[in-house]
Structure formats: structure tokens, C-alpha cells
Design a protein around this ligand. Sequence first.
Ligand code: AP5
Ligand code: MG
Length: 216
Amino acid sequence: MKVHILLGPPGSGKGTQAQRLVEKFKLNHLSTGDILRDAVSKGTEIGLRAKAIMASGKLVDDDTVNGLVFARLRQGFEGDVLFDGYPRTLQQAEALGEFLSTQMIELGHVLSVAVPDGVLEARVVGRRVCSNCGAIYHVETKPPKQDGICDLCGSPLKHRSDDTAEAFRSRMAEFNATFQPLLGFYERKPNFRSVDGNLAPEQVFESLVKLFAECA
Ligand code: AP5
Ligand code: MG
């Protein structure tokens, strides 16, 4: 088993691309944002603590997130894992590195989706997500066939509580404060690559697929 990592700012397309990569390469998708949102909706102890932090666009503390990820990895997976939204800080990256070496799990691809700041807010504010299957839409650039309804499973679409302009700005501030050290940590790894995420989703996917095949 290997773990692969998708890095990128809020709205860069990590979730969109992860859903496609998972299908193509038969990976297990591990999104810390999805795990935390699930904890919030179930009202677990972590969810109760994380709810307001997430809605305001701040980061949940490293120990909590590392704990969730390591517990899930300890349960094991059939096949490789694709992280989306994790690691997010240098501390998380270092803790993950130690965890992987103690568990003898290999680090696979580290792919950074680069998108200029200027286009991200509109992507995030217009995003809608299926409440059942998690399919990702956008009111303008990827609208569902029927307003508010998922094309794939017919369930209602929802608007994430942190997809407001205000929370987005806070998420960007968190990203800008943490990304350079994280990038510095991974740029030195042999399987690190960056892709242009400011293209159509299909083109971004093509670049990612090529990299997955190239530096296996
Ligand atoms: P998380 O859920 O990870 O959110 P994020 O990183 O802010 O990223 P997003 O999910 O907003 O964007 P995305 O890159 O997945 O874009 P998407 O494909 O959906 O984290 C949420 C919160 O949880 C955090 O703020 C924090 O509180 C907490 N958290 C999570 N992980 C944590 C961690 N490790 N440590 C601490 N706290 C953590 O696309 C966005 C929109 O753009 C969609 O509408 C889509 O249709 C559209 N789009 C996608 N690609 C393109 C394209 N190429 N061109 C045009 N539009 C596109
Ligand atoms: Mg996402």
C-alpha cells in the first residue's frame, strides 16, 4: 500500500480530481475535510469541537487531524490511498512521514494543483455538493441538469457552510500561512510534481493521469 497526496488551495479542484483519480486508478479517497464534515453532521465529540472552527475557515488542530488519519490508516486499506486536504501544515507532513516509516507504508505521488488566487473565490462560492454521493457541481461552470438535484443519484445538493466569501478569505489566509513550509517539505521528494490547475477539469485530469503513470 502507498499513500499519494494532492495539495492545493481551497477550490483548486482537489476533490474534483480526486473523485476521478480514485475511479481511474482504483484508489481509496481520504479527504480530511469530508471526515470532519461527517463528524460534524453526526455530532461526535470531534465534530462538536470542529464545527465552528470549520465554518469560520480556520484549521482544526494538527493532533486531532493526525489522530483521525492515523486511526483510519491503522484499520488498513485494500490498495493505495489518495489524500485530499491532508497534510495541510508542516507539522502534519512531518508527523505523517514518521507514521508512514513506522508502519512501513510508502509515500507515492505528491501532486500540487496550482491555481492563481484570483479565480478561487468564485469557484468556492458557486460550489454545490451532493448530500448523498458527494459529487461536486458549480452553479455556473458545472450546473446539474435539474436545479439543486444531483445528476448521479437524484439527491439534493447542498452549499457547504464554509463556502461563503467571508469564510473563503479566512481559508485563504490559513492556506497562505501554511503552504510554503509544506511545499518546501515535499518539493524535495522524488515523486513531487506541480500541475496547472487553471485549465478545464478534463485537462487538469489528463496532466495528473500522465504524472501518475510517469513517476510510479
Ligand atoms: P477541505 O474540505 O479540505 O476544503 P479545502 O481544502 O478548502 O478545499 P475545497 O474542498 O474547498 O476545494 P477543492 O480543492 O476540493 O475543490 P473542488 O474540487 O471541490 O477542508 C475544509 C475545512 O476542514 C478546512 O477549512 C479546515 O477547517 C478543515 N480541515 C480539513 N483538512 C484539514 C487538515 N488537514 N488540517 C486542519 N484542518 C483541516 O472544486 C471547487 C469548485 O471549483 C467546484 O465547484 C468545482 O466544480 C470547481 N472546479 C474544480 N476544478 C475546476 C477547474 N479546473 N476549472 C473550473 N472550476 C473547477
Ligand atoms: Mg475538497
